[in-house]
Design a protein around this ligand. Structure first.
Ligand code: GP0
Length: 823
């Protein structure tokens, strides 16, 4: 490395140097002085200052990657729910103290600047947050990796409540500028859409090609993904759509200004907004455009820019695994085939051999309605060549099936990548399974059910293809950043190695029996509750009592997650107390906290939100319950709120119907922060319970085989309604309009749905849930015992580090290696 090309040396890590840099950013970057600067000016200057410190390492990481050409992981994900960046960047670069001292020496409130950041909400929920945890772990573990995705101009909508009903507002997260992104318009790539396919000749050989009808440009925006204090900064590359120059010119020449602007808008629409449907894809054309757009840009980028010029693509499997985060990026499979066969002139078999070795697929669901399917009509119109390729892949695949199971027409139809009913459509999960080196579920139970049910035919054909990688969460954000009190206590007890080696939390086990440690553990929890009280007061103007048990259910609103089950429990308590059948003195004082967004088009979910708020109004206004029972439902649950809410929680609600929640990751975050779980035998709950033991987990409800049986026998919710008086009373209260000013029609859809269909067996599990909550009350009354359980939960949470998930992916799927960088 010559002196001239070496990146400018890292800035001095002193308060003075930091302050100089900060003032420079304020003066020259924002054009203001300290006195006349706004909070946003100061936030931007601070962010850019921190950024500078990471910059050298970023450049070095890229250079190193280029020189070593080691195998890397390319994570393809339509969502990254990143959360705020400033705190994480400060943490990774160990600059928090320096930055605070520096900024405060100028008379500026440091925490106000941290709060000024608008979090990039480029994801819906669990799946997007998982991607964000994974890129954090990959960087921290020194794995050469790049995350590819979409730079949505509007992220997940901002939720507001109007009279208790959800009203969505556009998430204009870029409105105050975004100091964490680095646009590279000069590196834009072109992506085609529509048009036709045709035969042509190259050097006397017949080839197929695609003639797109229109093109858009993908402009990469790079984001730093700093490892934790290890000198590595990986890259997250998000694509933004623009109109091509050819487009501009054509329009300019046509002299039709309106048409020109329309076309521009059309192109830019592609990365305009995140689809807010979680687990219920709508099959919209724009969504398919988004998927193809980011995947085509990403493949182009990796093949043309990350690899050395002249790289022999036959060796691609030694250089990369493209990890498909659910089916959203699966169109990458025919895209790679198209590049190899049509553009590079490879033989089909040769191309397929390589393609089959570079993709791996993660499935995140068991709900049939969440499995993406694209109609052949739409695919053929938008991506005609890809449809041809998919047909050919399917033909050859069905030949394999036919050879293995001759004369099994039914099986052929079941396994075909192309579904025939209700319309002819491509089953993206099947395409991914056929093309992937590996297919993984996201928790033991989920992977088992994938093998046994959802993809059973494929597991029979290729048993070795299927594997499990249980999800994880990053301890950097969800313990170190979110819970400084507990972090310090842990570090004092066992040292700070846990931040990158979470299994070390095991060292806390003996301290569960140490009364002094437990006292301090409770002190931390109490302080976290006060922090939450403060935040909610400022944010929503809601008040909560920090001396009550904090019982939390935060996650997307979905019927299978069963927010209704928890609400019926609360309604039942209210009903029993106000009817004089239960003495309020016997009820454990609790604050029930909800946080949930509903997909804007999901009627039932929005109804349930309305009902939670309505019940909240009634309960919170009831004098008899004052100081005993209270509901809080802060609007717009997001990563920032999670970071404040979870560390304060006592009880974690993970109560999905068994066999429906693939994994859950909120469950892990609560455990890590010392909350106890009340939960069903579902997703990763199963593994949590195995780790903490039955004494430290409140299990209830039907397990998956039992659910199957109930459903097979013909489930009748009314039988539960009729035989369980408290359940009947609670539902009747809703039906009679108690929470809707006497109007019975308002929540009628919820009641009639529960009484007629109840797809997720809320009524069947009601009694078991109430009984488990009674066990919670008993346990909570024993303060020392509860704390002991909480400490055990933390001590056993090491397994759920996303670092461990990455190790599992490396061992079972990627086979990439760590590459050291300068520490
Ligand atoms: C699953 F299918 N998940 C989907 C989807 O469209 N979106 C989504 O967030 C979730 C699962 O529901 C999960 O069980 C899982 O932990 C997460 O993906 C990550 O694997 C709940 O968060």
């Amino acid at each position: 490395m010559t002196q001239q090309t070496a990146p400018i040396a890292i800035r001095e890590r002193t308060v003075d140097a930091f302050t100089r840099e900060f003032l420079r950013e304020l003066n020259f970057g924002q054009g203001v002085d300290v006195e006349r600067s706004s909070v946003n000016d100061r936030y931007l200057a601070l962010a850019r200052t921190v950024r500078h410190y990471l910059m050298t390492r970023w450049i070095e990481t890229l250079r190193h990657q280029w020189e070593h050409q080691a195998k890397s992981v390319a994570y393809l994900s339509a969502e990254y729910l990143l959360g705020r960046q400033l705190d994480n960047a400060l943490l990774a670069s160990d600059l928090t103290d320096i930055a605070r001292t520096s900024v405060e020496s100028l008379g500026i409130d440091f925490d106000e600047l941290r709060d000024a950041e608008i979090e990039p909400g480029l994801g819906n929920g669990g799946l997007g947050r998982l991607a964000a945890c994974f890129v954090d772990s990959l960087a921290t573990m020194n794995i050469p990796a790049v995350g590819y995705g979409i730079r949505y101009e509007y992220g997940i909508f901002e939720q507001t409540f109007v009279d208790g009903w959800q009203v969505e507002k556009a998430d204009d997260w870029l409105r105050l500028g975004s100091p964490w992104e680095f646009p590279h318009p000069e590196a834009a790539v072109e992506v085609g859409f529509g048009g036709t396919t045709e035969d042509h000749e190259v050097d006397g050989e017949k080839r197929r090609r695609w003639v797109p009808a229109w093109n858009v440009l993908g402009v990469p925006y790079n984001y730093m993904v700093p490892g934790y204090e290890n000198g590595r900064v990986n890259t997250l590359r998000l694509w933004s759509a623009r109109a091509t120059h050819a487009f501009d010119l054509q329009i300019f020449n046509s002299g039709d200004y309106e048409e020109a602007v329309r076309a521009q808008t059309f192109a830019e629409n592609i990365s305009k907004v995140l689809y807010p449907e979680d687990s219920t894809p709508q099959g919209k054309e724009l969504r398919l455009q988004q998927q193809y757009f980011f995947v085509a840009c990403s493949l182009r980028d990796f093949l043309d820019r990350v690899l050395l010029r002249g790289f022999d693509l036959h060796n691609l499997p030694e250089r990369v695994t493209f990890q498909l985060n659910d089916t959203h990026p699966v169109i990458a499979v025919p895209e790679l085939m198209r590049i190899l066969v049509d553009e590079r002139g490879w033989k089909w078999d040769e191309a397929w051999a390589v393609t089959q070795r570079v993709f791996a697929y993660t499935c995140h669901t068991l709900l049939p309605e969440a499995l993406e399917v694209w109609s052949v009509e739409l695919l053929g119109r938008l991506l005609p060549r890809h449809l041809e390729i998919i047909y050919r892949i399917n033909e050859e695949f069905l030949e394999v099936v036919r050879t293995r199971w001759p004369d099994d027409e039914l099986r052929l139809r079941r396994m075909s990548i192309i579904a025939e009913h209700p319309e002819r459509a491509v089953r993206m999960a099947f395409l991914a399974t056929v093309a992937g080196v590996k297919v993984n579920g996201v928790a033991e139970l989920h992977s088992q059910l994938l093998r046994d049910k959802v993809l059973a035919d494929f597991a029979e054909l290729w048993p070795d293809k299927f594997t499990n990688v249980t999800n994880g969460i990053t301890p950097r954000r969800f313990l170190k950043l979110a819970n400084p009190g507990l972090s310090d206590l842990i570090t004092e007890a066992i040292g700070d190695g846990w931040v990158t080696d979470l299994d070390r939390l095991e060292g806390l086990l003996p301290l569960a029996d140490d009364a002094e440690f437990r006292r301090r553990f409770r002190e931390v929890k109490a302080a976290n509750k006060l922090r939450l009280v403060d935040m909610l007061a400022h944010r929503d103007g809601s008040t909560i009592d920090p001396d009550t048990m904090l019982d939390v259910m935060v996650k997307r609103l979905h019927e299978y997650k069963r927010q209704m089950l928890k609400l019926l429990h609360v309604i039942s308590l209210y009903e029993q107390v106000t009817r004089g059948r239960l003495d309020i003195a016997d009820v454990t004082p609790r604050t029930f906290a909800f946080g949930a967004k509903a997909a804007p088009g999901y009627r039932m979910a929005k109804q349930i939100i309305g009902l939670i708020n309505a019940v909240g109004r009634t309960i919170n206004d009831e004098p008899a319950l004052e100081g005993r029972l209270r509901i809080v439902f802060p609007a717009n649950y997001n990563v920032t709120l999670a970071e404040c809410l979870i560390p304060a929680a006592d009880l974690s609600e993970q109560i999905s119907l068994a066999g429906k929640e693939a994994s859950g990751t909120g469950n892990m975050k609560f455990m890590l922060n010392g909350a106890l779980t009340i939960g069903t035998d579902d997703g990763a709950n199963v593994e949590i319970r195995q780790l903490v033991g039955d004494d430290n987990f409140f299990l209830f409800g039907l397990d998956e085989p039992a659910v199957e049986k109930v459903v097979a026998a013909g489930y009748r919710p009314t039988s539960f309604y009729e035989s369980i008086p408290n359940l009947r009373h609670a539902l009747d209260l809703v039906a009679r309009g108690t929470f809707s000013g006497g109007d019975r029609s308002v929540f009628e859809p919820i009641v009639s749905n529960l009484l007629s269909e109840d797809r997720f067996l809320v009524l069947a599990d009601f009694q078991a849930y109430v009984d488990a909550q009674a066990r919670v009350d008993v346990a909570y009354a024993d303060t020392e015992g509860w704390t002991r359980s909480a400490v055990i939960n933390v001590a056993r949470a090491g397994f759920f580090s996303s670092d461990r998930s990455m190790r599992d992916y490396l061992d079972r799927i990627w086979h990439a290696r760590q590459v050291a960088t300068r520490p």
